[in-house]
Design a protein around this ligand. Structure first.
Ligand code: ZN
Length: 360
């Protein structure tokens, strides 16, 4: 039996929500969201696997108050604040165990700033793409970044944005060039010349930045597939052909895992270290181990928390125990970075063992 207090029902203020739209589908979505909130916010603790508390009524009330208050959408775009809010509320429910107090703001804009999460502004920027219908999967991915950044700060005392800034410090131009090279982009003749003068220490630091970004992207994508219970949100949102192994590498269930594995090996042998591909074998193993379709909300919540713990414990193993000030020197001295391809392979196999030991 669910126990819901009167004050919580009042805080939900359903009538206010329903008055905001005449659209029947939207009203149904609002009612569905309200029932999701009520059932999730009032679930007895003891029912929850692993004993972790779900969101309580108090944080749910704060969430309800927050809805509609932090969404900005450029005029003329085919989205409403109500729709966006209801998705944010859903992501917030999936991440209820993290007890994140500050929900990120969302700004959906026509062009200019691109699509990313800014931790310093606690804002998700989404750039509208004319044929990109699946904006909510993108929103889920960016929301995943906000969850991971917050988790690392609170539980590991590690600020990933700051670590990246420290590793790139004073070398913006070279960092940019080197990142381009790592992502497999084509460089001009003069850029190649500039890169030839690159200091090997910087090369190591920038490679390490790719690993940090890769972990961040891995969590954001994992959050997305769990929230949507779909292991292929990445290629669907990027509107790509699933048959192309190169692109489906980022999916958690590539159509042909053998082809994707071959393609991944090829990328490493060509020294192309795209942040989205670095932990591809980890993605595929999670796709194998987790039966997404069977998850209910409580299991989604438990899983994203568990995943955050697993990913961050792997991350802590390679970041000098989180000592950011000493990180550049530490990375410059890492012997394992003499051969980055073998570093990536070893990292993936240890990571996969950790996952299979703990996620079965
Ligand atoms: Zn991302």
């Amino acid at each position: 039996m669910l126990v819901v207090s009167k004050s919580f029902i009042e805080a939900l203020n359903l009538n206010k929500w329903l008055r905001r739209t005449d659209n029947t589908n939207m009203r149904i979505q609002i009612l569905a969201l309200a029932s999701l909130l009520i059932s999730s916010c009032s679930t007895p603790k003891s029912l929850f696997q692993g004993g972790r508390a779900t969101a309580n009524e108090k944080s749910c009330t704060a969430l309800v108050k927050h809805l509609f208050s932090s969404i900005e959408i450029d005029s003329g775009l085919p989205y409403t604040a109500e729709e966006v809010s209801s998705w944010i509320a859903k992501f917030k429910l999936v991440s209820a165990d993290f007890n994140i107090s500050d929900t990120p703001q969302v700004k959906i804009h026509n062009q200019g700033k691109g699509t990313f999460f800014s931790a310093s502004e606690n804002t998700i920027y989404i750039q509208y793409v004319a044929n990109g219908k699946k904006i909510y999967q993108t929103l889920g991915h960016e929301y995943g970044h906000s969850v991971f950044h917050e988790f690392l700060k609170k539980n590991k005392n590690f600020d990933i944005e700051e670590a990246i800034a420290v590793l790139q410090k004073n070398d913006e131009r070279q960092s940019e060039l080197f990142s381009k090279k790592l992502m497999g982009e084509t460089l001009s003749v003069s850029e190649v010349k500039e890169l030839a003068k690159l200091d090997t220490n910087l090369e190591r630091r920038i490679f390490f930045v790719q690993i940090l970004k890769g972990m961040d992207e891995l969590f954001a994508d994992t959050f997305d597939i769990v929230a949507f219970k779909n292991p292929r949100t990445m290629s669907e949102v990027l509107l790509v052909d699933l048959k192309k192994p190169l692109i489906s590498i980022r999916d958690f269930k590539p159509t042909k895992i053998k082809d994707s594995m071959k393609e991944w090996d090829l990328l490493l042998s060509q020294k192309k270290y795209n942040q989205y591909d670095l932990m591809a074998p980890v993605r595929w193993q999670i796709g194998e181990l987790v039966k997404l379709a069977d998850l209910d909300l409580l299991h989604q919540q438990a899983l994203v928390w568990k995943i955050a713990e697993l990913y961050s414990s792997e991350l802590m193993l390679i970041v000098n125990k989180g000592d950011i000030a000493e990180l550049p020197k530490f990375v410059e001295g890492m012997d394992s970075l003499d051969n980055v391809s073998s570093f990536i392979k070893k990292f993936n196999s240890r990571f996969n063992k950790n996952i299979s030991d703990n996620l079965k």
